[in-house]
Structure formats: C-alpha cells, structure tokens
Design a protein around this ligand. Structure first.
Ligand SMILES: [Zn+2]
Length: 111
C-alpha cells in the first residue's frame, strides 16, 4: 500500500469501516511511514474533536492514547483473524486428507 492509498483510508480506519485485509495493509504502512502516521494522528485529533462537539461531550484529553489503544485493538483483531484462517485451512486440509484416505479404504474393500 502506498501513501496515497493510505491517505484515502485514514477516515475509514478511524470510523472502523475497513475490512481485515485493508486494515492489515494499512497498519503495515503506518508502522513504517512517519508521514502517514502523522497524518493519521492529525485526522484522529480532528475527528475526536468534531465527534465530541456532535455528541455534546468534552473532547478527549488524551487522543493520542486513544489512537494507540485503537491501533493495538485493531492489530489484535487482525492477528486473531489470521490465527482463525490458519486453523480453518488446517482443518480443511485434514478433512480433504480424511476423504482421500476413506476413498482408498473403500476402493480396497471393493477390489
Ligand atoms: Zn505513507
């Protein structure tokens, strides 16, 4: 993912509208690109202020801490999804192997 693509996903990320693959690419880029990381922080502060005004709430005193928590939570979600996909792949592979073995066992019974 390049800087332009990342910039387009800043607001959807803050509003939790990205799918798992987009989030994964987004976080990878944010981790290595200080420019986009800074853009995310600015967007997040502005969004937190506007959201606070819309909801008649006091603006957050620690928007950077909240952003860190959000990034950590999303990162944990991505890792959980990755483990789920690995387990799903392993179980599917075992099921296919089981079907092949039972097919050959059945063939031996017929012959
Ligand atoms: Zn960038």
């Amino acid at each position: 993912m390049n800087c332009k693509e990342t910039e387009e996903l800043l607001l959807p990320f803050i509003q939790s509208e990205l799918d798992v693959e987009q989030v994964q690419d987004f976080l990878e880029h944010i981790k290595t690109c200080s420019f986009c990381r800074e853009e995310l922080e600015i967007y997040y502060i502005v969004y937190a202020e506007i959201d606070g005004l819309d909801n008649n709430a006091f603006p957050s005193y620690d928007p950077m801490g909240e952003l860190e928590k959000k990034i950590d939570a999303v990162h944990a979600l991505v890792q959980r999804n990755h483990r789920y996909m690995v387990c799903k792949y392993a179980l599917t592979t075992l099921a296919v192997i089981g079907m092949i073995v039972s097919f050959f066992v059945q063939m031996r019974l017929w012959i």
